[in-house]
Ligand binder design. Structure first.
Ligand code: PLP
Length: 502
């Protein structure tokens, strides 16, 4: 029972510095939040000592009577928080994170090399939704002229089809290739951003065949018509919705119709918005989906982990409960982290309180205000606003990259992250910034506070433009050097110091 500070002052010191960073700075990362002290106590508890492979009352280890009680309580609260009937829905609370929850869900729903469709990463989707890189859109986008000219030659069809998912699995059907060519010509599909990618980077594209759908470039909203057309050709077994950087709500009914047309499963990954959905402030994916996954640490304000909800009465599969539970353990994970499950249970208790709705409403009101303030200052937002907790700020009209503003904000105690915005040519140097209001709202900030934050961000941009000029190059390292050190009569550096003090 010797305290950490005595046993390991080095680690204690790092924790103290991080505590100060979190308390003194402005946390605007859309995927983060400030969890409660109660949740942290549960998360840091003695439950970390216990092994409990299996499910409640069916474990591979002894001594689990209290852990069983805990996991059942957590499951009950998870269903309660999302207003789900336990006769129709079940939940697995063991996933270590959102990524493992998603991989377990794919393992439950698909066979290896089955096809799935998710929102493309550059359009706001997540890595675990099938982010592939050298797929059809890459291939067809680049080979369209040749494809058109040489289509009648079997050998060129052979070479064009290398990497083309449908052709690999279905054989080289000329009619299918023609359909793909026509599809690839659609602007939303044959988008050059996918062409920059070089290889399959994520388990969801290595073990499954994936095709991204995208945004309508005209309004940056999900292109539901385009994705339905893609699904008709690609015939996915699973359609995934949900995103890491999409400021608008989802039309789950439209997605269900597409999934039904293909006999596909529909899965929503509500990692970002689950706290708002639990409060009834956004459309309800549970009405339409077979499986819903979420992280627990974003708008839900819990510890870092994941949940998988499965429909017990899915028309697509009678045994979803067994499939999901077995996919989590033993397929993808070992022993559950019981301390984390305790933290999830405590945070879900908070999400079940009447006060939760007020929190969620305020998160959205703050995001709207932040967006409106930035627009009023002349900035451009993707989709011009937001329905949820985040705004995507397009810096390209300013000729400033997201990386530079992120670095500058780090220097003045504002935490943000660079993010691709629709139409970005280079995913490595994204042209935007993602801002979220969940953490600020956990600190009781309201619209009037957020207006001050917007003013700070505005000043940060102005300073970044000065620094960019003073750096004399476009290189990020030069920008950071000038921002971090006084060089001659560098006025940008002085402005950074001023903003930092404020
Ligand atoms: N799904 C979505 C939509 C996400 O945004 C994220 C993370 O940001 C994840 C899944 C993965 O969560 P984790 O980092 O807990 O693995």
């Amino acid at each position: 029972y010797t305290p950490l500070a005595e046993i390991d002052p080095e680690v204690q010191n790092i924790i103290d510095k991080e505590t100060w960073r979190q308390y003194s700075g402005l946390e605007l990362i859309a995927s983060e939040n400030l969890t409660s002290r109660a949740t942290m106590e549960a998360n840091g508890s003695i439950l970390t000592n216990k092994y409990s492979e299996g499910l409640p009352h069916a474990r591979y280890y002894g001594g689990n009577e209290y852990v069983d009680e805990l996991e059942v309580l957590c499951q009950k609260r998870a269903l309660q928080a999302f207003h789900l009937d336990p006769a129709k829905w079940g939940v697995n609370v063991q996933p270590y994170s959102g990524s493992t929850a998603n991989f377990a869900a794919l393992t439950a729903l698909l066979q290896p090399q089955d096809r799935l469709m998710g929102l493309g990463l550059p359009d706001g989707g997540h890595l675990t939704h099938g982010y592939y890189v050298r797929g059809m859109s890459y291939y067809f986008h680049h080979s369209l002229p040749e494809l058109h000219e040489n289509f009648s030659s079997p050998s060129s069809i052979e070479s064009w089809s290398r990497g083309a998912i449908t052709c690999r699995t279905d054989g080289l059907l000329r009619s299918r290739l023609i359909a793909w060519r026509d599809l690839a010509r659609q602007p939303t599909f044959a988008h050059s951003r996918y062409a920059t990618a070089k290889k399959k980077m994520t388990a969801s594209s290595i073990y499954f065949q994936s095709l991204p759908y995208g945004l309508d470039p005209a309004n940056q909203l999900i292109d539901y018509k385009g994705l339905a057309a893609q699904a008709r050709l690609f015939k996915p077994r699973l359609l995934i919705c949900g995103a890491s950087a999409y400021p608008r709500d989802w039309d789950y009914a439209a997605l269900r119709a597409v999934a039904d047309e293909q006999g596909a499963f529909l899965m929503a990954d509500i990692a970002h918005t689950s706290g708002l959905i639990a409060a009834g402030e956004l459309n309800n994916p549970f009405e339409y989906c077979d499986v819903v996954t979420t992280t627990t640490h974003k708008t839900l304000r819990g510890p870092r982990a994941g949940l998988i909800f499965f429909r017990k009465d899915s028309q697509n599969a009678k045994d979803l409960e067994k499939r999901v539970n077995e996919a989590v353990f033993p397929a993808c994970q070992g022993g559950p982290h019981n301390n984390t499950i305790a933290g999830i249970a405590t945070s879900l208790l908070q999400a079940c309180q009447p006060t939760w709705k007020a929190y969620a409403k305020q998160v959205i009101a703050n995001a709207r205000t932040l967006g409106e303030e930035l627009v009023a200052k002349g900035y451009k937002l993707q989709t011009s606003g937001t329905d949820n907790h985040l705004v995507l700020w397009d810096l390209r009209p300013l000729k400033l990259t997201g990386s530079k503003l992120e670095k500058l904000c780090d220097l003045v105690g504002i935490t943000i992250n660079k993010n691709a915005v629709s139409g970005d040519a280079n995913a490595q140097a994204p042209g935007g910034i993602r801002l979220g209001t969940a953490a600020l709202t956990s600190r009781n900030m309201r619209e009037e506070d957020v207006k001050v934050v917007a003013e700070f961000l505005h000043r940060a941009v102005q300073i970044a433009l000065v620094l960019q000029k003073e750096a004399g190059t476009k290189m990020l390292k030069d920008f950071v050097r000038v921002a971090s050190n006084q060089e001659g009569s560098n006025i940008g550096y002085a402005q950074v110091q001023d903003l930092r003090k404020e």
